[in-house]
Design a protein around this ligand. Structure first.
Ligand code: 5GP
Length: 120
């Protein structure tokens, strides 16, 4: 069961410009910001503009255009940050067992150093 979308979540506020963030990318479908507590030399969050709680919410309710736009935006951020050739990691936390803290879908992008087999 997906929670109703909370318009006051921190990423909703960042998307509206109500609170600041370091934006490294934006297009019609998504923005990308630096994580406030980076867990790798490069740690970026790619956030779709649409009001979706989670991957589950987005993948069921998102339009084909939004889904395609978001997937392409994630790739564009990785390319723009120079992460493609050395390699990088994508991660999405979904729900309580996934450790999701902010209830607006986001993908973590980690890179800038060898990351080892998995994050904790
Ligand atoms: P989650 O567990 O929901 O996937 O991770 C949320 C991420 O958002 C965490 O890595 C956390 O450091 C980051 N974060 C939380 N609040 C803010 C904020 O106000 N600004 C930025 N840039 N990142 C945040």
């Amino acid at each position: 069961a997906t929670l109703p979308y909370d318009e006051q979540n921190i990423f909703a506020k960042i998307l509206r410009g109500d609170i600041p963030a370091t934006r490294v990318y934006e297009d019609e479908w998504a923005i990308a910001i630096r994580d406030i507590a980076p867990q790798a030399p490069t740690h970026i969050l790619v956030i779709p503009r649409g009001a979706y709680v989670s991957w589950d919410d987005f993948s069921t309710r998102g339009s084909e255009a939004e889904i395609a736009g978001f997937v392409r935006a994630v790739g564009a951020v990785a390319r723009a940050e120079g992460l493609v050739e050395p390699g990088y990691r994508l991660l999405a936390n979904i729900g309580a067992h996934g450790g999701q803290e902010v209830p607006h879908l986001h993908v973590h992008l980690f890179g800038g150093a060898p990351l080892g087999p998995m994050l904790a």
